[in-house]
Structures are given as structure tokens and as C-alpha cells.
Design a protein around this ligand. Structure first.
Ligand code: SAM
Length: 239
């Protein structure tokens, strides 16, 4: 369970209503049962349930676990249709992304703006939290506000790669997996919406020093591409 700062008091936790409901009604925990809690410091502890009725827990011991990727990956994602976006939020979290930046690109089918987008914030945060818990993450990925191309430069990293299907034609030197052989601690990957990026968007990205890369010989759907990239990153760092 991810615990808010306001729920902490010394070695005790008074859990919030959402986690309380989950412990009591979904998991049907009893007094004396133990649960894993991740504090805002990203430290992980075992807590014992002292009183399930009031949601009072007491710290038992620290767990020295780390389920995070050893690099910070930002995914800038050309906004697809809503259900696909939600699916990618969940799966990218499972695969270890640290930050997701929704990007309104020229060919995004969905017509929205930052204000309308932010109305779904609560729902998106819940998807991120539940996926983080499911994957034993130590942190919930950050979801930024909806951006347009003029804001891109704020989210760049040591290496910045835009998946561009035209790069496939240029072969090995544009291969995504080879780009990962460089040294980096932070990495930004950029994927387009269903219709791909407009050539002018690719030119603007290149002017910011973003490298185009190929994801291989086949064209992947917009929701498959970020998951392929995150899987390859995980493979290159962990396996
Ligand atoms: N409109 C494009 C077309 O029909 O050729 C396809 C766009 S694709 C469905 C959506 C996004 O996935 C692209 O903008 C790109 O970021 C990424 N993508 C999919 N397959 C790719 C590949 N083989 N190489 C590089 N990027 C790819």
C-alpha cells in the first residue's frame, strides 16, 4: 500500500479511507495480519494491523527491496484514444516507467486541451497507483499535465529518442536497441498517436537534439510501441 504523509505518526499508520476499504472489504484482513507499506520516502516496511476497524497499523520491520528500474525513463506519448491511453498508463507502470508526459500532437485523433484532460486526473492517478501496487513498485509514476510541442524541451534526458517508422528504412544505425548501448541515467522515449508524427514535428524534435529511431521492420500500434520500448529497456538493464 502507498501511504500518504498525513497518515504517518511515528511508527504507526492510520490508513486513508481508500486503503482501509481495500484492506477490510477486498482483502478481508484481520487484526494481526501483516501488510507491506511504501512510505513517501520510498522505503518499504512490513506493518501489522492493530485495529482493522479504525485502520491502525504498527511498524514491524523494514524490507530492503528494490523493484525499480535503475534508470529514470520518461515516456512522452502522443495522445491516442482515451481507453488506449489508460491501458498504456497501466502497462507502462508495470514495466517501470518513472514519468508519463501526455502530448497533444498534430495527428492526435482525440480533441482535448489541458483543462479537459485534467478532469480525468483522479481516474488516471488511481490506475497508476493500482498498477504500482500490483507490480510492487516503490513509487507511483508521475503523470504530468497535457503538453504540446513547445513544452517538449522541459522533459528531455541524457538520451532522447523518438520512435519514427521512417527510421526503419535507414537500418541499424537508427535501431532503438543499439541506441541503448550508450551511457545514461535518464532516458526520454517519444511515441506518436495512431496516425504517427507529422514530418514537421519530427523536424522540431531533431532541432532539440532528439534522435529518431526504429522499432524494427514491423509497424506497431501506437499502444504497442511504448510497451515494446519499455520491455527492451528492462531487458537491457536487468536481464
Ligand atoms: N501512421 C503510421 C503508418 O501507418 O505508417 C504508423 C504510426 S504507429 C501506428 C504509431 C507510433 O508508433 C508512431 O508514431 C511511432 O512512434 C511508433 N512506431 C510504431 N511502429 C514503429 C516502428 N517500426 N519504428 C518506429 N516507430 C514505430
Amino acid at each position: 500500500y502507498f501511504i500518504d504523509e498525513k497518515c504517518l505518526k511515528d511508527e504507526e499508520i492510520r490508513i486513508d479511507a481508500y486503503n482501509h476499504k481495500h484492506m477490510q472489504r477486498v482483502m478481508r484482513y484481520h487484526n494481526g495480519d501483516q501488510v507491506i507499506c511504501i512510505l513517501p520516502s520510498a522505503k518499504t516496511y512490513i506493518y501489522e494491523i492493530i485495529d482493522i476497524e479504525t485502520g491502525l497499523l504498527k511498524r514491524v520491520e523494514e524490507l530492503h527491496e528494490n523493484h525499480e528500474l535503475d534508470v529514470n525513463v520518461t515516456l512522452i506519448y502522443g495522445l491516442p484514444k482515451s481507453d488506449k491511453f489508460e491501458w498504456v498508463l497501466q502497462k507502462a507502470t508495470e514495466l517501470g516507467v518513472k514519468r508519463i508526459v501526455p502530448f497533444l500532437s498534430k495527428r492526435s485523433i482525440i480533441k482535448t486541451d489541458a483543462k479537459t484532460f485534467s478532469k480525468k486526473e483522479e481516474r488516471y492517478q488511481r490506475i497508476l497507483k493500482e498498477a504500482s501496487e500490483q507490480s510492487y513498485r516503490q513509487m507511483i509514476p508521475e503523470l504530468t499535465q497535457l503538453i504540446t510541442i513547445k513544452d517538449l524541451s522541459q522533459y528531455l534526458s541524457d538520451i532522447n529518442l523518438v520512435a519514427y517508422e521512417e527510421a526503419s528504412k535507414r537500418g541499424e544505425e537508427c535501431c532503438f536497441a543499439s541506441a541503448l548501448k550508450q551511457n545514461y541515467q535518464t532516458l526520454t522515449i517519444i511515441v506518436g498517436p495512431e496516425g504517427g508524427f507529422d514530418q514537421s514535428e519530427i523536424e522540431q524534435m531533431k532541432a532539440l537534439g532528439i534522435q529518431e529511431c526504429s522499432l524494427g521492420k514491423r509497424i506497431l500500434r501506437s499502444e504497442t510501441a511504448p510497451l515494446y520500448m519499455l520491455s527492451v529497456i528492462g531487458y537491457s538493464r536487468e536481464l
